[in-house]
Design a protein around this ligand. Structure first.
Ligand code: ADP
Ligand code: MG
Length: 610
Protein backbone atom coordinates (compact mmCIF):
# COMPACT_ATOMS: atom_id res chain seq x y z
CA UNK A 1 0.00 0.00 0.00
CA UNK A 2 1.34 3.42 -0.84
CA UNK A 3 1.37 6.24 1.67
CA UNK A 4 -1.78 8.29 1.51
CA UNK A 5 -3.65 10.74 3.70
CA UNK A 6 -6.62 9.14 5.40
CA UNK A 7 -10.06 10.44 4.44
CA UNK A 8 -11.35 12.81 7.15
CA UNK A 9 -14.06 10.39 8.26
CA UNK A 10 -11.52 7.67 9.03
CA UNK A 11 -9.14 10.09 10.73
CA UNK A 12 -12.04 11.35 12.80
CA UNK A 13 -12.94 7.87 13.98
CA UNK A 14 -9.37 7.19 14.98
CA UNK A 15 -9.12 10.45 16.86
CA UNK A 16 -12.50 9.84 18.48
CA UNK A 17 -11.07 6.76 20.12
CA UNK A 18 -8.81 8.89 22.24
CA UNK A 19 -11.51 11.14 23.59
CA UNK A 20 -14.51 8.85 23.69
CA UNK A 21 -13.77 5.63 25.45
CA UNK A 22 -17.21 4.92 26.85
CA UNK A 23 -20.53 6.65 27.54
CA UNK A 24 -19.11 8.30 30.65
CA UNK A 25 -16.51 10.09 28.50
CA UNK A 26 -19.31 11.59 26.42
CA UNK A 27 -21.07 12.76 29.57
CA UNK A 28 -17.83 14.26 30.80
CA UNK A 29 -17.11 16.19 27.63
CA UNK A 30 -20.66 17.51 27.31
CA UNK A 31 -20.92 18.48 30.97
CA UNK A 32 -17.59 20.27 30.75
CA UNK A 33 -18.79 22.22 27.76
CA UNK A 34 -21.89 23.20 29.74
CA UNK A 35 -19.71 24.35 32.64
CA UNK A 36 -17.46 26.28 30.28
CA UNK A 37 -20.60 27.94 28.95
CA UNK A 38 -21.36 29.21 32.44
CA UNK A 39 -24.35 26.93 33.03
CA UNK A 40 -25.65 26.81 36.60
CA UNK A 41 -28.07 23.98 36.01
CA UNK A 42 -26.90 20.87 34.19
CA UNK A 43 -29.12 17.92 33.63
CA UNK A 44 -27.91 14.60 32.26
CA UNK A 45 -30.29 11.95 31.01
CA UNK A 46 -29.16 8.49 29.98
CA UNK A 47 -30.80 5.41 28.64
CA UNK A 48 -29.35 1.93 28.78
CA UNK A 49 -26.16 3.05 30.47
CA UNK A 50 -25.75 5.77 27.86
CA UNK A 51 -25.42 3.26 25.06
CA UNK A 52 -28.77 4.14 23.60
CA UNK A 53 -28.96 7.78 24.61
CA UNK A 54 -27.11 10.51 26.45
CA UNK A 55 -28.65 13.95 26.70
CA UNK A 56 -27.12 16.95 28.41
CA UNK A 57 -29.27 20.00 28.96
CA UNK A 58 -27.71 23.23 30.17
CA UNK A 59 -28.67 26.84 30.79
CA UNK A 60 -25.35 28.22 29.62
CA UNK A 61 -24.77 30.94 27.06
CA UNK A 62 -25.55 28.77 24.05
CA UNK A 63 -23.89 28.68 20.65
CA UNK A 64 -24.49 31.61 18.28
CA UNK A 65 -26.48 30.91 15.09
CA UNK A 66 -23.55 31.11 12.74
CA UNK A 67 -21.22 28.96 14.85
CA UNK A 68 -23.22 25.81 15.46
CA UNK A 69 -21.74 23.92 12.53
CA UNK A 70 -18.26 25.14 13.27
CA UNK A 71 -18.45 23.65 16.75
CA UNK A 72 -18.34 20.20 15.12
CA UNK A 73 -15.20 20.93 13.13
CA UNK A 74 -11.99 19.44 14.44
CA UNK A 75 -9.86 21.91 16.42
CA UNK A 76 -12.68 24.44 16.51
CA UNK A 77 -12.86 26.11 19.90
CA UNK A 78 -13.90 29.42 21.39
CA UNK A 79 -11.61 28.95 24.37
CA UNK A 80 -8.15 29.40 23.02
CA UNK A 81 -6.53 31.58 20.41
CA UNK A 82 -2.80 31.46 20.73
CA UNK A 83 -0.35 28.86 21.96
CA UNK A 84 0.44 31.23 24.82
CA UNK A 85 -3.14 30.89 26.01
CA UNK A 86 -2.27 27.30 26.84
CA UNK A 87 -0.15 28.64 29.67
CA UNK A 88 -3.11 29.88 31.65
CA UNK A 89 -6.12 27.80 30.78
CA UNK A 90 -9.17 28.74 32.78
CA UNK A 91 -11.70 26.54 31.03
CA UNK A 92 -12.14 22.79 31.20
CA UNK A 93 -12.06 22.36 27.44
CA UNK A 94 -9.67 23.91 25.00
CA UNK A 95 -8.73 21.25 22.50
CA UNK A 96 -11.74 21.62 20.24
CA UNK A 97 -11.95 17.86 19.92
CA UNK A 98 -14.93 16.69 21.92
CA UNK A 99 -17.85 17.53 19.66
CA UNK A 100 -16.28 16.29 16.43
CA UNK A 101 -15.08 13.13 18.18
CA UNK A 102 -18.45 12.34 19.70
CA UNK A 103 -20.24 13.14 16.44
CA UNK A 104 -17.94 10.83 14.48
CA UNK A 105 -19.07 7.77 16.40
CA UNK A 106 -22.75 8.45 17.09
CA UNK A 107 -25.88 10.25 16.01
CA UNK A 108 -25.98 13.73 17.49
CA UNK A 109 -28.76 16.27 17.77
CA UNK A 110 -27.86 19.78 18.88
CA UNK A 111 -30.47 22.31 19.94
CA UNK A 112 -29.02 25.59 21.09
CA UNK A 113 -29.78 29.28 21.36
CA UNK A 114 -27.27 31.96 22.24
CA UNK A 115 -28.18 34.86 24.48
CA UNK A 116 -28.27 37.47 21.75
CA UNK A 117 -30.07 35.40 19.11
CA UNK A 118 -33.78 35.54 18.31
CA UNK A 119 -34.03 31.91 17.35
CA UNK A 120 -32.06 28.83 18.03
CA UNK A 121 -30.47 26.18 15.86
CA UNK A 122 -31.32 22.54 15.43
CA UNK A 123 -28.56 20.47 13.92
CA UNK A 124 -28.48 16.75 13.28
CA UNK A 125 -25.37 14.76 12.51
CA UNK A 126 -24.93 11.16 11.62
CA UNK A 127 -21.42 9.76 11.95
CA UNK A 128 -20.10 13.32 11.82
CA UNK A 129 -22.01 14.31 8.64
CA UNK A 130 -24.57 17.05 8.99
CA UNK A 131 -27.89 15.60 7.83
CA UNK A 132 -30.28 18.33 8.91
CA UNK A 133 -30.20 21.96 9.91
CA UNK A 134 -33.13 24.18 10.93
CA UNK A 135 -33.89 27.36 12.78
CA UNK A 136 -35.84 26.48 15.91
CA UNK A 137 -37.33 28.27 18.86
CA UNK A 138 -35.49 27.32 22.03
CA UNK A 139 -34.60 28.55 25.48
CA UNK A 140 -31.18 30.10 25.90
CA UNK A 141 -28.79 27.26 26.50
CA UNK A 142 -27.89 24.00 24.87
CA UNK A 143 -29.32 20.51 24.60
CA UNK A 144 -27.08 17.88 23.07
CA UNK A 145 -28.43 14.40 22.46
CA UNK A 146 -26.08 11.58 21.60
CA UNK A 147 -27.67 8.38 20.39
CA UNK A 148 -26.34 4.93 19.52
CA UNK A 149 -22.78 5.50 20.57
CA UNK A 150 -20.26 3.51 18.52
CA UNK A 151 -22.98 2.36 16.13
CA UNK A 152 -20.45 2.71 13.31
CA UNK A 153 -17.42 1.33 15.16
CA UNK A 154 -18.40 -2.23 16.07
CA UNK A 155 -15.02 -2.99 17.60
CA UNK A 156 -15.49 -0.24 20.14
CA UNK A 157 -19.05 -1.17 20.74
CA UNK A 158 -17.99 -4.65 21.71
CA UNK A 159 -15.94 -3.27 24.55
CA UNK A 160 -18.88 -1.57 26.19
CA UNK A 161 -19.84 -3.23 29.44
CA UNK A 162 -23.29 -3.92 30.79
CA UNK A 163 -25.66 -0.99 31.15
CA UNK A 164 -25.21 -1.18 34.88
CA UNK A 165 -21.44 -0.87 34.69
CA UNK A 166 -21.58 2.00 32.22
CA UNK A 167 -24.20 3.74 34.38
CA UNK A 168 -21.87 3.33 37.31
CA UNK A 169 -19.09 5.12 35.45
CA UNK A 170 -21.44 7.94 34.52
CA UNK A 171 -22.62 8.32 38.06
CA UNK A 172 -19.05 8.35 39.35
CA UNK A 173 -18.22 11.15 36.97
CA UNK A 174 -21.29 13.20 37.88
CA UNK A 175 -20.61 12.94 41.59
CA UNK A 176 -17.05 14.09 41.01
CA UNK A 177 -17.98 17.06 38.92
CA UNK A 178 -20.64 17.97 41.46
CA UNK A 179 -17.93 17.97 44.13
CA UNK A 180 -15.77 20.17 41.95
CA UNK A 181 -18.63 22.60 41.33
CA UNK A 182 -20.81 22.81 44.44
CA UNK A 183 -22.22 26.07 43.08
CA UNK A 184 -23.80 24.36 40.06
CA UNK A 185 -26.76 22.10 40.19
CA UNK A 186 -26.35 18.67 38.64
CA UNK A 187 -29.10 16.16 37.99
CA UNK A 188 -28.57 12.67 36.65
CA UNK A 189 -31.57 10.78 35.37
CA UNK A 190 -30.86 7.19 34.36
CA UNK A 191 -33.66 5.37 32.55
CA UNK A 192 -36.18 7.84 33.90
CA UNK A 193 -35.05 7.54 37.51
CA UNK A 194 -33.22 10.33 39.34
CA UNK A 195 -29.90 8.75 40.21
CA UNK A 196 -28.19 11.82 41.64
CA UNK A 197 -28.93 15.44 42.28
CA UNK A 198 -26.92 18.21 43.88
CA UNK A 199 -28.44 21.43 45.12
CA UNK A 200 -26.04 23.97 43.69
CA UNK A 201 -25.97 25.66 47.10
CA UNK A 202 -22.27 26.33 46.78
CA UNK A 203 -21.40 24.24 49.80
CA UNK A 204 -19.17 21.26 49.21
CA UNK A 205 -20.57 19.59 52.29
CA UNK A 206 -24.06 19.66 50.76
CA UNK A 207 -22.71 17.74 47.79
CA UNK A 208 -20.98 15.25 50.06
CA UNK A 209 -24.26 14.63 51.86
CA UNK A 210 -25.76 13.65 48.51
CA UNK A 211 -22.80 11.50 47.59
CA UNK A 212 -22.03 9.74 50.87
CA UNK A 213 -25.18 10.25 52.90
CA UNK A 214 -25.69 12.38 55.96
CA UNK A 215 -24.29 9.83 58.39
CA UNK A 216 -20.86 9.83 56.77
CA UNK A 217 -20.82 13.46 55.67
CA UNK A 218 -21.28 14.74 59.18
CA UNK A 219 -18.25 12.86 60.42
CA UNK A 220 -15.94 14.39 57.80
CA UNK A 221 -13.28 16.81 58.92
CA UNK A 222 -12.87 20.10 57.06
CA UNK A 223 -9.38 20.99 55.91
CA UNK A 224 -7.81 24.28 56.90
CA UNK A 225 -8.82 26.22 53.79
CA UNK A 226 -12.43 25.12 54.12
CA UNK A 227 -14.73 27.94 55.09
CA UNK A 228 -18.16 26.55 54.65
CA UNK A 229 -19.77 29.97 54.81
CA UNK A 230 -18.15 31.27 51.70
CA UNK A 231 -18.10 28.10 49.76
CA UNK A 232 -19.16 29.67 46.49
CA UNK A 233 -15.62 30.74 45.88
CA UNK A 234 -12.70 28.50 45.38
CA UNK A 235 -10.07 29.20 47.96
CA UNK A 236 -7.60 31.61 46.55
CA UNK A 237 -10.10 32.97 44.11
CA UNK A 238 -10.62 36.68 44.37
CA UNK A 239 -14.02 37.61 45.65
CA UNK A 240 -16.43 39.47 43.47
CA UNK A 241 -15.29 38.20 40.11
CA UNK A 242 -17.66 36.52 37.73
CA UNK A 243 -16.74 33.00 38.48
CA UNK A 244 -20.17 31.53 38.59
CA UNK A 245 -23.59 32.30 37.36
CA UNK A 246 -24.98 32.25 33.88
CA UNK A 247 -24.01 35.86 33.47
CA UNK A 248 -20.42 34.80 33.07
CA UNK A 249 -19.33 35.41 29.48
CA UNK A 250 -17.70 32.05 29.52
CA UNK A 251 -16.96 29.89 32.47
CA UNK A 252 -13.76 31.02 34.01
CA UNK A 253 -12.68 29.39 37.18
CA UNK A 254 -9.67 27.97 38.76
CA UNK A 255 -8.45 31.51 38.60
CA UNK A 256 -6.03 32.22 41.30
CA UNK A 257 -4.86 35.20 43.20
CA UNK A 258 -1.75 34.90 45.27
CA UNK A 259 -2.90 34.24 48.78
CA UNK A 260 -1.42 35.80 51.85
CA UNK A 261 0.34 39.11 52.27
CA UNK A 262 3.62 37.70 51.03
CA UNK A 263 2.02 37.20 47.66
CA UNK A 264 3.42 33.70 47.61
CA UNK A 265 1.95 31.38 45.04
CA UNK A 266 1.67 28.38 47.33
CA UNK A 267 -1.18 26.12 46.42
CA UNK A 268 -4.11 26.36 48.78
CA UNK A 269 -5.80 23.18 49.89
CA UNK A 270 -9.40 22.78 51.01
CA UNK A 271 -11.93 20.00 51.23
CA UNK A 272 -12.87 17.25 53.65
CA UNK A 273 -11.29 14.07 54.93
CA UNK A 274 -12.52 11.24 57.07
CA UNK A 275 -11.47 10.88 60.69
CA UNK A 276 -9.27 7.82 61.37
CA UNK A 277 -12.29 5.93 62.65
CA UNK A 278 -13.88 6.02 59.21
CA UNK A 279 -12.10 4.15 56.48
CA UNK A 280 -12.54 2.10 53.33
CA UNK A 281 -10.94 -0.94 51.82
CA UNK A 282 -9.57 0.87 48.76
CA UNK A 283 -8.45 4.23 47.46
CA UNK A 284 -11.44 4.96 45.27
CA UNK A 285 -12.86 7.22 47.96
CA UNK A 286 -10.01 9.66 47.50
CA UNK A 287 -10.95 12.43 45.08
CA UNK A 288 -8.43 15.04 44.03
CA UNK A 289 -9.21 18.28 42.26
CA UNK A 290 -6.83 20.85 40.87
CA UNK A 291 -8.45 24.13 40.00
CA UNK A 292 -11.75 22.28 39.93
CA UNK A 293 -10.53 19.60 37.62
CA UNK A 294 -10.73 16.03 38.92
CA UNK A 295 -7.34 14.45 38.55
CA UNK A 296 -5.57 11.20 39.16
CA UNK A 297 -2.23 11.48 40.85
CA UNK A 298 -0.47 8.60 42.51
CA UNK A 299 1.92 10.78 44.38
CA UNK A 300 -0.79 12.95 45.94
CA UNK A 301 -2.88 9.90 46.79
CA UNK A 302 0.19 8.58 48.52
CA UNK A 303 0.64 11.91 50.34
CA UNK A 304 -2.85 11.57 51.75
CA UNK A 305 -2.23 8.00 52.85
CA UNK A 306 0.97 9.14 54.52
CA UNK A 307 -0.89 11.78 56.47
CA UNK A 308 -2.84 8.97 58.12
CA UNK A 309 0.24 6.95 58.84
CA UNK A 310 -0.17 4.85 61.98
CA UNK A 311 -3.74 6.03 62.35
CA UNK A 312 -5.46 3.56 60.03
CA UNK A 313 -5.34 -0.21 60.10
CA UNK A 314 -3.11 -1.60 57.38
CA UNK A 315 -4.81 -1.93 54.03
CA UNK A 316 -7.48 0.63 54.89
CA UNK A 317 -7.85 4.01 53.21
CA UNK A 318 -9.53 7.29 54.05
CA UNK A 319 -12.37 9.10 52.37
CA UNK A 320 -10.97 12.37 51.08
CA UNK A 321 -12.13 15.19 48.86
CA UNK A 322 -9.15 17.42 48.31
CA UNK A 323 -9.35 20.65 46.35
CA UNK A 324 -6.16 22.33 45.34
CA UNK A 325 -6.27 25.85 44.02
CA UNK A 326 -3.11 27.09 42.40
CA UNK A 327 -1.74 29.39 39.82
CA UNK A 328 -2.77 27.77 36.51
CA UNK A 329 0.67 28.48 35.09
CA UNK A 330 2.11 26.19 37.76
CA UNK A 331 0.28 23.18 36.39
CA UNK A 332 0.15 21.60 32.96
CA UNK A 333 -3.23 20.07 32.18
CA UNK A 334 -2.42 19.34 28.57
CA UNK A 335 -0.80 16.01 29.26
CA UNK A 336 -3.51 13.62 28.21
CA UNK A 337 -6.58 13.90 25.96
CA UNK A 338 -8.91 13.02 28.82
CA UNK A 339 -7.05 15.60 30.93
CA UNK A 340 -7.26 13.44 34.03
CA UNK A 341 -3.54 13.64 34.62
CA UNK A 342 -1.65 16.84 35.21
CA UNK A 343 1.95 17.84 35.71
CA UNK A 344 2.98 20.21 38.46
CA UNK A 345 5.90 22.52 38.08
CA UNK A 346 6.58 22.10 41.79
CA UNK A 347 5.33 18.62 42.56
CA UNK A 348 7.14 18.49 45.86
CA UNK A 349 5.47 21.69 47.05
CA UNK A 350 2.00 20.43 46.18
CA UNK A 351 2.73 17.12 47.87
CA UNK A 352 3.79 18.86 51.06
CA UNK A 353 0.85 21.26 51.05
CA UNK A 354 -1.63 18.40 50.71
CA UNK A 355 0.04 16.21 53.26
CA UNK A 356 0.27 19.03 55.76
CA UNK A 357 -3.35 20.08 55.32
CA UNK A 358 -4.62 16.55 55.77
CA UNK A 359 -2.34 15.69 58.64
CA UNK A 360 -3.30 18.86 60.48
CA UNK A 361 -7.00 18.21 60.07
CA UNK A 362 -6.70 14.61 61.15
CA UNK A 363 -4.45 15.20 64.12
CA UNK A 364 -6.09 18.40 65.35
CA UNK A 365 -9.65 17.36 65.13
CA UNK A 366 -9.88 13.64 65.22
CA UNK A 367 -10.60 11.97 68.48
CA UNK A 368 -7.51 9.93 69.25
CA UNK A 369 -8.31 6.39 68.14
CA UNK A 370 -8.52 3.46 70.46
CA UNK A 371 -7.52 5.35 73.54
CA UNK A 372 -10.52 3.70 75.19
CA UNK A 373 -8.65 0.44 74.94
CA UNK A 374 -6.95 1.42 78.11
CA UNK A 375 -10.07 1.97 80.18
CA UNK A 376 -12.36 -0.64 78.72
CA UNK A 377 -9.98 -3.55 78.73
CA UNK A 378 -7.93 -2.76 81.72
CA UNK A 379 -6.34 -6.15 81.86
CA UNK A 380 -4.75 -5.74 78.47
CA UNK A 381 -4.27 -2.05 78.84
CA UNK A 382 -0.82 -1.48 77.53
CA UNK A 383 0.09 -4.71 75.94
CA UNK A 384 1.10 -3.03 72.76
CA UNK A 385 3.50 -0.70 74.40
CA UNK A 386 5.63 -3.51 75.60
CA UNK A 387 5.59 -5.54 72.48
CA UNK A 388 8.62 -4.06 70.78
CA UNK A 389 11.19 -1.84 72.37
CA UNK A 390 12.57 -0.71 69.00
CA UNK A 391 9.27 0.76 68.00
CA UNK A 392 9.73 3.32 65.24
CA UNK A 393 6.15 4.31 65.61
CA UNK A 394 6.81 6.55 68.57
CA UNK A 395 8.68 9.03 66.46
CA UNK A 396 5.66 9.21 64.17
CA UNK A 397 3.34 9.78 67.03
CA UNK A 398 5.57 12.47 68.39
CA UNK A 399 4.21 14.63 65.62
CA UNK A 400 0.99 14.87 67.50
CA UNK A 401 0.99 18.11 69.40
CA UNK A 402 -1.29 17.11 72.25
CA UNK A 403 1.11 14.49 73.46
CA UNK A 404 2.92 15.28 76.67
CA UNK A 405 5.78 13.46 78.24
CA UNK A 406 3.69 11.81 80.90
CA UNK A 407 0.90 10.51 78.70
CA UNK A 408 1.18 6.93 77.67
CA UNK A 409 1.92 6.29 74.04
CA UNK A 410 -1.33 5.67 72.28
CA UNK A 411 -1.73 2.02 71.47
CA UNK A 412 -1.50 2.11 67.79
CA UNK A 413 -3.12 -0.09 65.29
CA UNK A 414 -0.38 -0.48 62.78
CA UNK A 415 1.90 -3.40 63.29
CA UNK A 416 5.37 -3.79 62.07
CA UNK A 417 5.96 -6.17 59.29
CA UNK A 418 9.19 -7.35 60.81
CA UNK A 419 7.52 -8.10 64.10
CA UNK A 420 8.58 -11.73 64.19
CA UNK A 421 7.08 -14.05 66.74
CA UNK A 422 9.13 -16.06 69.20
CA UNK A 423 8.49 -19.79 69.30
CA UNK A 424 5.25 -20.39 71.15
CA UNK A 425 3.93 -23.32 73.14
CA UNK A 426 0.25 -24.02 72.74
CA UNK A 427 -1.54 -24.24 76.08
CA UNK A 428 -5.13 -24.66 74.98
CA UNK A 429 -8.23 -23.24 73.38
CA UNK A 430 -10.90 -21.10 74.98
CA UNK A 431 -14.35 -20.14 73.83
CA UNK A 432 -13.78 -22.21 70.67
CA UNK A 433 -12.23 -19.06 69.28
CA UNK A 434 -8.89 -18.29 70.88
CA UNK A 435 -5.70 -20.19 71.36
CA UNK A 436 -3.72 -19.55 74.49
CA UNK A 437 0.01 -19.87 74.00
CA UNK A 438 3.09 -19.18 76.02
CA UNK A 439 6.32 -17.64 74.83
CA UNK A 440 9.51 -16.37 76.45
CA UNK A 441 7.94 -12.94 76.81
CA UNK A 442 4.66 -13.94 78.40
CA UNK A 443 1.24 -15.03 77.33
CA UNK A 444 -0.37 -14.80 73.91
CA UNK A 445 -4.04 -14.95 73.18
CA UNK A 446 -4.46 -15.78 69.50
CA UNK A 447 -7.62 -15.29 67.48
CA UNK A 448 -7.82 -18.57 65.56
CA UNK A 449 -9.77 -17.15 62.64
CA UNK A 450 -7.60 -14.06 62.18
CA UNK A 451 -4.43 -16.11 62.57
CA UNK A 452 -5.52 -18.64 59.99
CA UNK A 453 -6.48 -15.84 57.62
CA UNK A 454 -2.97 -14.48 57.90
CA UNK A 455 -1.42 -17.87 57.27
CA UNK A 456 -3.57 -18.60 54.23
CA UNK A 457 -3.02 -15.11 52.91
CA UNK A 458 0.73 -15.46 52.87
CA UNK A 459 0.58 -18.93 51.39
CA UNK A 460 -1.59 -17.76 48.53
CA UNK A 461 0.24 -14.51 48.02
CA UNK A 462 3.62 -16.19 47.93
CA UNK A 463 2.36 -18.80 45.53
CA UNK A 464 3.32 -15.95 43.18
CA UNK A 465 3.89 -17.29 39.69
CA UNK A 466 2.74 -20.80 40.33
CA UNK A 467 -0.99 -20.68 39.87
CA UNK A 468 -3.01 -21.13 43.02
CA UNK A 469 -4.06 -24.75 43.37
CA UNK A 470 -7.57 -25.27 42.34
CA UNK A 471 -9.88 -28.05 43.44
CA UNK A 472 -12.45 -29.24 40.92
CA UNK A 473 -15.86 -29.93 42.38
CA UNK A 474 -17.13 -33.47 41.83
CA UNK A 475 -20.44 -32.06 40.74
CA UNK A 476 -20.34 -28.53 39.40
CA UNK A 477 -22.95 -26.52 41.24
CA UNK A 478 -25.31 -23.82 40.08
CA UNK A 479 -25.39 -20.77 42.33
CA UNK A 480 -28.05 -18.13 42.22
CA UNK A 481 -26.69 -14.61 42.39
CA UNK A 482 -28.18 -11.15 42.25
CA UNK A 483 -27.77 -8.78 39.33
CA UNK A 484 -25.03 -6.73 41.01
CA UNK A 485 -23.21 -9.92 42.01
CA UNK A 486 -23.30 -11.10 38.41
CA UNK A 487 -21.92 -7.74 37.41
CA UNK A 488 -19.05 -8.09 39.84
CA UNK A 489 -18.37 -11.56 38.53
CA UNK A 490 -18.13 -10.27 34.97
CA UNK A 491 -15.77 -7.53 36.03
CA UNK A 492 -13.46 -9.79 37.99
CA UNK A 493 -13.66 -13.05 36.11
CA UNK A 494 -9.98 -13.00 35.17
CA UNK A 495 -8.77 -12.37 38.67
CA UNK A 496 -11.11 -15.01 40.03
CA UNK A 497 -9.77 -17.52 37.54
CA UNK A 498 -6.20 -16.71 38.50
CA UNK A 499 -7.09 -17.28 42.11
CA UNK A 500 -8.29 -20.80 41.39
CA UNK A 501 -11.96 -20.40 40.70
CA UNK A 502 -13.62 -21.86 37.67
CA UNK A 503 -16.90 -20.07 37.29
CA UNK A 504 -19.05 -19.24 34.32
CA UNK A 505 -22.27 -17.32 33.85
CA UNK A 506 -25.04 -19.87 33.46
CA UNK A 507 -27.90 -17.87 32.06
CA UNK A 508 -30.18 -15.51 33.93
CA UNK A 509 -28.88 -14.69 37.32
CA UNK A 510 -27.11 -17.98 37.93
CA UNK A 511 -23.51 -19.06 37.67
CA UNK A 512 -21.92 -22.45 37.35
CA UNK A 513 -19.04 -23.21 39.72
CA UNK A 514 -16.68 -25.93 38.53
CA UNK A 515 -13.71 -25.42 40.80
CA UNK A 516 -12.62 -23.41 43.83
CA UNK A 517 -9.20 -22.62 45.30
CA UNK A 518 -7.91 -25.60 47.23
CA UNK A 519 -8.10 -23.78 50.57
CA UNK A 520 -11.84 -23.48 50.12
CA UNK A 521 -12.50 -27.11 49.29
CA UNK A 522 -14.26 -27.84 52.56
CA UNK A 523 -16.48 -24.78 52.42
CA UNK A 524 -19.94 -24.40 51.01
CA UNK A 525 -19.14 -23.15 47.49
CA UNK A 526 -22.36 -21.20 47.10
CA UNK A 527 -21.84 -19.28 50.28
CA UNK A 528 -18.18 -18.70 49.48
CA UNK A 529 -18.89 -17.29 46.03
CA UNK A 530 -21.61 -14.98 47.21
CA UNK A 531 -19.48 -13.76 50.11
CA UNK A 532 -16.53 -13.06 47.87
CA UNK A 533 -18.57 -11.28 45.20
CA UNK A 534 -20.09 -9.03 47.82
CA UNK A 535 -16.71 -8.17 49.26
CA UNK A 536 -15.30 -7.44 45.85
CA UNK A 537 -18.25 -5.22 45.01
CA UNK A 538 -17.90 -3.33 48.23
CA UNK A 539 -14.33 -2.47 47.37
CA UNK A 540 -15.22 -1.09 43.95
CA UNK A 541 -12.85 -1.11 41.04
CA UNK A 542 -9.17 -1.05 41.77
CA UNK A 543 -5.84 -1.47 40.11
CA UNK A 544 -4.93 -5.03 39.30
CA UNK A 545 -2.54 -5.86 42.12
CA UNK A 546 -4.83 -4.27 44.63
CA UNK A 547 -7.78 -6.24 43.32
CA UNK A 548 -5.89 -9.45 43.47
CA UNK A 549 -4.70 -8.78 47.00
CA UNK A 550 -8.26 -8.04 48.00
CA UNK A 551 -9.57 -11.14 46.36
CA UNK A 552 -6.94 -13.25 48.07
CA UNK A 553 -7.75 -11.66 51.43
CA UNK A 554 -11.37 -12.43 50.78
CA UNK A 555 -10.65 -16.04 49.85
CA UNK A 556 -8.68 -16.38 53.09
CA UNK A 557 -11.52 -15.00 55.09
CA UNK A 558 -13.83 -17.61 53.61
CA UNK A 559 -11.30 -20.39 53.95
CA UNK A 560 -10.03 -19.72 57.48
CA UNK A 561 -11.25 -21.70 60.46
CA UNK A 562 -14.08 -19.94 62.14
CA UNK A 563 -14.75 -18.99 65.69
CA UNK A 564 -16.91 -21.71 67.17
CA UNK A 565 -14.79 -24.49 65.76
CA UNK A 566 -13.10 -26.77 68.25
CA UNK A 567 -9.48 -27.40 67.32
CA UNK A 568 -7.35 -30.34 68.37
CA UNK A 569 -4.04 -29.70 70.05
CA UNK A 570 -2.25 -30.73 66.86
CA UNK A 571 -4.32 -28.39 64.72
CA UNK A 572 -3.51 -25.53 67.04
CA UNK A 573 0.18 -26.39 66.97
CA UNK A 574 0.22 -26.42 63.19
CA UNK A 575 -1.57 -23.09 63.07
CA UNK A 576 0.77 -21.47 65.56
CA UNK A 577 3.86 -22.83 63.74
CA UNK A 578 2.52 -21.44 60.47
CA UNK A 579 1.82 -18.13 62.10
CA UNK A 580 5.34 -17.94 63.49
CA UNK A 581 6.63 -18.48 59.98
CA UNK A 582 4.61 -15.71 58.42
CA UNK A 583 6.06 -12.30 57.74
CA UNK A 584 3.42 -10.21 59.48
CA UNK A 585 2.05 -12.55 62.12
CA UNK A 586 0.44 -9.89 64.25
CA UNK A 587 -2.32 -8.76 61.92
CA UNK A 588 -4.79 -10.47 59.68
CA UNK A 589 -4.87 -9.40 56.01
CA UNK A 590 -7.63 -6.95 56.85
CA UNK A 591 -5.47 -5.18 59.40
CA UNK A 592 -7.03 -6.49 62.57
CA UNK A 593 -4.83 -7.97 65.27
CA UNK A 594 -4.35 -11.72 65.32
CA UNK A 595 -3.21 -11.78 68.89
CA UNK A 596 -2.97 -10.07 72.20
CA UNK A 597 0.28 -10.30 74.08
CA UNK A 598 0.40 -10.03 77.81
CA UNK A 599 3.98 -9.76 78.98
CA UNK A 600 5.24 -11.39 82.12
CA UNK A 601 5.94 -7.94 83.55
CA UNK A 602 2.43 -6.89 82.84
CA UNK A 603 1.01 -9.95 84.47
CA UNK A 604 3.05 -9.16 87.52
CA UNK A 605 1.77 -5.63 87.52
CA UNK A 606 -1.81 -6.68 87.10
CA UNK A 607 -1.49 -9.05 90.04
CA UNK A 608 0.05 -6.33 92.13
CA UNK A 609 3.37 -8.09 92.42
CA UNK A 610 5.23 -4.97 91.28
P1 ADP B 1 -13.65 22.68 23.40
O1 ADP B 1 -14.56 22.50 24.56
O2 ADP B 1 -12.33 22.07 23.62
O3 ADP B 1 -13.58 24.09 22.94
P2 ADP B 1 -15.61 21.14 21.98
O4 ADP B 1 -15.51 20.33 20.75
O5 ADP B 1 -16.02 20.46 23.22
O6 ADP B 1 -14.22 21.84 22.17
O7 ADP B 1 -16.62 22.32 21.71
C1 ADP B 1 -16.39 23.20 20.62
C2 ADP B 1 -16.98 24.55 20.88
O8 ADP B 1 -18.41 24.45 20.88
C3 ADP B 1 -16.66 25.14 22.23
O9 ADP B 1 -15.44 25.84 22.19
C4 ADP B 1 -17.84 26.07 22.47
O10 ADP B 1 -17.64 27.30 21.88
C5 ADP B 1 -18.97 25.38 21.78
N1 ADP B 1 -19.84 24.62 22.69
C6 ADP B 1 -19.84 23.29 22.87
N2 ADP B 1 -20.76 22.92 23.79
C7 ADP B 1 -21.36 24.06 24.22
C8 ADP B 1 -22.40 24.35 25.17
N3 ADP B 1 -23.00 23.38 25.90
N4 ADP B 1 -22.76 25.64 25.33
C9 ADP B 1 -22.15 26.61 24.63
N5 ADP B 1 -21.17 26.40 23.73
C10 ADP B 1 -20.78 25.15 23.50
MG1 MG C 1 -15.24 20.69 25.23
Amino acid sequence: MSIHVLPPSVAAKIAAGEVVERPASVVKELAENALDAGATDIKVETRDGGRRLIRVIDNGHGIPLDEAELAFERHATSKLETAEDLEHIRTLGFRGEALPSIAAVSQVTLLTRAEGDEVGTLLRLDGGEIVNRQARGAAVGTVITVENLFYNTPARRKFLRTARTESGHIQTYITRVAMAFPDRRFTLIADGRTAFQSTGSGKLLDVLIEVYGLEIARQLLPLGGEKETEETKEPGEPKGTILSGSSAPSGSYGSFSPSGPSGSSDPSVSGFVSPPSLHRSNRTYIDLFVNRRWIQDRSLTYAIGEAYRTLLPTGRHPIAVIRIAMDPSEVDVNVHPAKSEVRFRDGRGVFTAVQRAVRTAVVDQAPVPHIELRTHHRGFSDWERTRTPHNHVDSQLALEPQRTADTDPIPNIQYQVSDALPPLRVVGQIAQAYIIAEGPAGMYLIDQHAAHERVLYEQLRDANDTPITSQALLDPIVVEVTGPQLETLEDHLDTLTQTGFEIEPFGGETVLVRAVPEVLKDRNPARVIVGILDELAEGGAGVDEELEARLIASVCKQGAVRAGQTLTHEEMQVLVRDLEASSAPRTCPHGRPTMIHLSAAQLEREFGRR
